[in-house]
Design a protein around this ligand. Sequence first.
Ligand code: GUN
Ligand code: FE
Length: 422
Amino acid sequence: MAKDNIKIYKGDIIFTKTPDKFESIEGGYILVEGNKIKKICRELDESCKNMEITDFGDKMIIPGFVDLHLHAGQFRNLGLGMDKELLPWLETYTFPEESKFQDTRYAREVYLEFVNALLESGTTRSVIFATLHKEATDILFDLINQSGMGAFIGKVNMDRNSPDYLIENTEESLEDTEYFIKKYANSSELVKFIITPRFIPTCSSELMTGLAELAQKYKVPVQSHLSENTGEINWVHELHPESDNYLGVYDKYGILGQDSAVMAHCVHNDNKEIEIMKKKRVFVAHCPTSNINLSSGTAPVKKYMDNGIDVGIGSDISGGHILSIKDCTAYALQASKIYNMYVDKNSPILKTSEAFYLATKGGGKFFGKVGSFEEEYEFDALIINDRNADKSLEERLQSFIYSGALSDIERRFCAGKEIKKI
Ligand code: GUN
Ligand code: FE
């Protein structure tokens, strides 16, 4: 083995290869070459004997968290407006806040705070909605790039049913989108562009058709919202009586299946939508905090998993009130109990390993080989000083998910490199 560029990390390692169980090695080793894991083992073989080891002792080494859906432009609204449902919440709190990103000084100040808070929370990869503003979105790209985290970032598209102070004309929306595609979509950097129609009600047919053409031409992924709230779903049916379901409207424009897509929420999807999701490689961003805060409902996560649909966890700030995916994982476990108690008694609750899988490898799949400690996976990791080493590794992780502090996260790595606040 070429020794020069291999790094060896030692500690109490725990991760999920599959949702059903944890893999753990106490005092194990992870060998990293460049950005990727070469090997994970209990003992080092002879060829590694004289190599330098970074020994984290009995601290836990876990994969970095993946946030599959969040709104950077809503960061300052965290914890506000939780007394409303989706549509009035958007009108009253969210649109006015997002409109402030017209001001690039405000954008830089808030996005800098946001990027540091995201990194501090233990998220190493995320799929982000910025706002519709081009300059502010460029600033967010720069800051996330500086941080060393991986991300897909989207400039939001919205050209109808939006307030006068937060709306674009169709042509400009498409031009600005193409600008970002050309600048970032095929970048070898960790930060890439993703096409981001806000949701069907705010996007005209002309805009959706144009975005689908761009997705097709440049093979760019797409993110949006789907079947979050019943008021929203009824509105989509009124706007598009020709389609028998919400996802069918996206699909009709040809925006699905060009590259992968993430749809946030998916609380009320019907079986026909589930069939389209399977066929078109749609990832579900499960947003348990937001779905409860905005009284949207509880998503049938197990049903998606059982149907072979890819699922990850989204903080959906500021519909969600917490940026930390660690905390959202505990909420995902609780939401599955609510689903079991009040929606479908036959739907089993999520196991801790399943929820942790969603928060790491489940969402990580959107980025490629990310979110697990397997060979050829990119090395995204958190070093956790949980001061609980007398317990089993599974118990320690469970305790960290439910009750750990963010200050327990001592170090963070993304794609093989240590990352720090900027
Ligand atoms: N649907 C359209 N826009 C939004 C948003 O900003 N947040 C949430 N949760 N749902 C949306
Ligand atoms: Fe959202």
